[in-house]
Design a protein around this ligand. Structure first.
Ligand SMILES: C[S@@+](CC[C@H](N)C(=O)[O-])C[C@H]1O[C@@H](n2cnc3c(N)ncnc32)[C@H](O)[C@@H]1O
Length: 449
């Protein structure tokens, strides 16, 4: 088997990235944007050991489930791997994948797991797009699947209309002012990324827009702020973020406000919260709201809760409304500052303490001081550092609520906790419809003293 070989395949199921999976000549073949039961002609892109990556060149017989994906970039951009399938099917695929990871990584066979559904489109409150160049003009877009080539984008159904107005305003400005675009190869040029949020507030929305540039400032910045402020009705905060590093990191702490408020205010779970552009925030609010409610539902009034990876502290504040005391741990300073003020805004500052630093460093110090506690962890995709698992096993909390956007690392970590904990509940939350990703929350109960 080699690149450019042509295969006739029957798609037998789905992979973890939502791709179709088939078998040929002893190889496992991954075919993006295919559906179970389909017969396709596919061209081989890459062979790695016994694994083959191929793309459809001809549909021989299509699945009756296949639907017209409502996006012109479907199949080209790396985002919506499941958009060609009905929503219920997407959920079924993701659930099956999560259950199979529990089996494979943790040796746990779950009969089922309830799923909280989302709106299929228009759910994302944040967009981050690279700048690129096409026909000599600045464009904004998505990276073509598996490459760093920018495919121009003028709209994205995951976000909704606000993104269209944003892109058209930003691009007309940078084209008119002939502002250069960063080139990864030469390291020259200014514009790298555009990062924007639209958050609900007082019946309308508030916006933040960050231009990330390989330089000290954005030319004509006052004009840029004026131009953006006229795009929407809601207040807009505008920032320039200096990033001269040669890596894939988008935002750096070198961020300067060009106009509007320093932090964005938003509403969720009956509270008002501030969020800095450098702070993490859940991208799908109705789903985040349900996760937070469910996590709060697991604690009792006598609990001391450690909220590790606490971000802007929204969940910490909600937990503190019910629990005895909450300690949040978060690495990003801006987020910890948001979190302290969010606790005060929610009226729970007496019960909440926020620490800024790595969970792996701070958790041992904090838990050594407490008798019994409940641990809430919501780590990034990498999951828990080994030191965090060691600390948990050394100072075992009564209960752990593990919220995760990566079922692979979640199930790995559940396995690492081993016999010390028993699963009480697994719930899935479809934070990212159309994509293969899903949020999972696991409630674990300590088995031994
Ligand atoms: C998935 S987010 C969860 C945030 C929060 N629970 C929420 O719902 O908004 C993960 C958070 O962990 C933070 N983080 C990443 N690595 C960390 C580390 N080693 N120690 C502490 N915080 C970390 C990130 O900055 C981010 O705010």
């Amino acid at each position: 088997m080699k690149a450019k070989d042509i295969l006739e395949l029957t798609i037998e199921g789905y992979g973890m990235e939502g791709e179709g999976v088939a078998h040929a000549d002893g190889y496992t073949v991954f075919v993006p944007f295919a559906a179970e039961g389909e017969k396709v002609k596919a061209a081989v892109d890459r062979v790695k050991g016994k694994v083959v990556f191929a793309h459809i060149i001809k549909m021989i017989s299509a699945s009756p489930l296949r639907r017209e994906p409502a996006c012109p970039l479907f199949g080209k951009c790396g985002g919506c791997a499941l958009r060609h399938l009905p929503y219920e099917k997407q959920i079924e695929i993701k659930k099956r994948n999560v259950l199979s990871l529990f089996h494979k990584n943790a040796g746990i066979d779950l009969a089922d797991a309830p799923v909280f559904f989302s709106a299929e489109d228009g759910y994302r409150n944040k967009i981050a797009l690279p700048f690129g160049v096409e026909n000599g003009e600045a464009v904004l877009g998505m990276y073509k699947r598996g490459t760093h080539k920018v495919l121009p984008l003028s709209a994205c159904p995951l976000h909704g209309m606000w993104v269209e107005s944003l892109l058209s305003a930003v691009l007309s400005f940078v084209r008119e002012k002939k502002i250069s675009v960063y080139d990864e190869g030469s390291g020259k040029g200014l514009l790298r990324h555009l990062v924007a949020r639209r958050l609900p507030f007082c019946g309308g929305y508030r916006y933040s827009v960050v231009v990330v540039g390989n330089g000290e400032s954005l030319p004509f910045e006052k004009e840029f702020v004026a131009r953006l402020s006229a795009v929407w009705e809601g207040e807009t905060s505008v920032f320039f973020c200096r990033n001269v590093m040669k890596n894939n990191v988008i935002l750096t702490p070198e961020i300067r406000r060009l106009g509007g408020e320093e932090t964005l205010l938003t509403e969720l779970c009956g509270g008002t919260w501030e969020v800095s552009p450098l702070s993490f925030l859940q991208v799908n609010f109705p789903v985040a709201e349900r996760i937070y409610q469910d996590v709060v539902g697991t604690v009792s009034e006598s609990d001391v809760v450690l909220d590790a990876y606490s971000g802007t502290g929204i969940m910490s504040a909600l937990l503190a409304e019910k629990a005895k005391k909450v300690v949040g741990i978060e690495i990003i300073r801006a987020a910890t500052e948001n979190a302290a003020r969010n606790a005060a805004r929610f009226g729970v500052e007496e019960k909440v303490k926020h620490l800024c630093g790595e969970v792996e460093r701070l958790l041992p110090e904090v838990v050594a001081e407490i008798d019994t506690y409940t641990l809430v962890v919501d780590p990034p995709r990498a999951g828990l550092d080994e030191k965090v698992v060691e600390t948990i096993l050394r100072y075992p909390p009564e209960r752990i609520v593990y919220v995760s956007c990566s079922p692979a690392t979640l199930t790995r970590d559940v396995a690492r906790l081993g016999a010390a904990y028993r699963i009480e509940e697994v719930k899935l939350y479809d934070m990212f419809p159309q994509t293969p990703h899903i949020e999972t929350a696991v409630r674990l109960k300590r088995q031994f003293r």
